[in-house]
Design a protein around this ligand. Structure first.
Ligand SMILES: [Ca+2]
Ligand SMILES: [Ca+2]
Length: 216
């Protein structure tokens, strides 16, 4: 795609990611994605969603459940539910703690029906898998979006074309696998870490004290 595209043509493509960006693409179009993802929070803090584009005719928005509790819905509405979001724009979906179970979902209005499709296939009609996920590496062509977890949705309730590109995001502070028990630090590592925290804490205390003594 050339950068000399007429402005009108470029404007019509604003919801689609540029072809030269390093956005993952579902490799087996036409086949249900067999991969199952265990989405969970990496650390205590906010979950961010970057909007990476849409290829959908339905009205769709994004939502999130943390440990089964809905904390966001109606985010990034497209196709008439609200003003279409700017590509690569970001939204804070809410807070989670390390290891919390995350369920992303889309609410869809279209085809004379409205329904919710979850990243947890067991919650979907027919048990269909409606998401594809892959690691997203930082792309210098897309400087607004940090490295994270790419997730794209298939919005057809019966899976339809299985292109898994109908609504696409990069999520931050999200992992697709729980850390294995083997990844828990050994006691010696804990001791080192705690020592590190102690040093960091002492540093923080010094930082807090310094302005007070300077102003005295
Ligand atoms: Ca599709
Ligand atoms: Ca599509």
């Amino acid at each position: 795609m050339s950068i000399t595209l007429p402005i009108a043509m470029a404007a019509a493509l604003t919801l689609a990611a540029p072809a030269d960006a390093a956005t993952p693409v579902y490799p087996d179009r036409g086949v249900e994605n067999p991969a199952v993802y265990d989405f969970n929070a990496v650390s205590d803090g906010p979950i961010y969603a970057y909007f990476m584009g849409a290829s959908a005719g339905f009205q769709i928005s994004l939502g999130l459940k943390v440990n089964g509790v809905e904390i966001a819905q109606g985010v990034f509405p497209i196709n008439g539910l609200g003003p279409n979001p700017a590509i690569y724009s970001v939204s804070e979906l809410g807070m989670a703690r390390a290891g919390d179970t995350l369920e992303f979902f889309i609410d869809v209005v279209g085809g004379g029906d409205s329904f919710r499709l979850s990243s947890d296939a067991s919650l979907n009609a027919g048990g269909f898998n409606h998401v594809y996920s892959a690691a997203y590496a930082y792309d210098p062509l897309v400087p607004d979006v940090p490295a994270g977890v790419f997730v794209s949705f298939e919005d057809d309730p019966n899976l339809g074309d299985r292109d898994y590109n109908d609504l696409t995001f990069v999520f931050i502070n999200v992992a697709t696998e729980r850390p294995s028990p083997a990844a828990v630090p050994e006691p010696a590592s804990w001791a080192t870490m705690l020592l590190g925290f102690g040093v960091a804490g002492a540093g923080l205390r010094r930082c807090r004290i310094r302005p007070a003594s300077a102003s005295a």
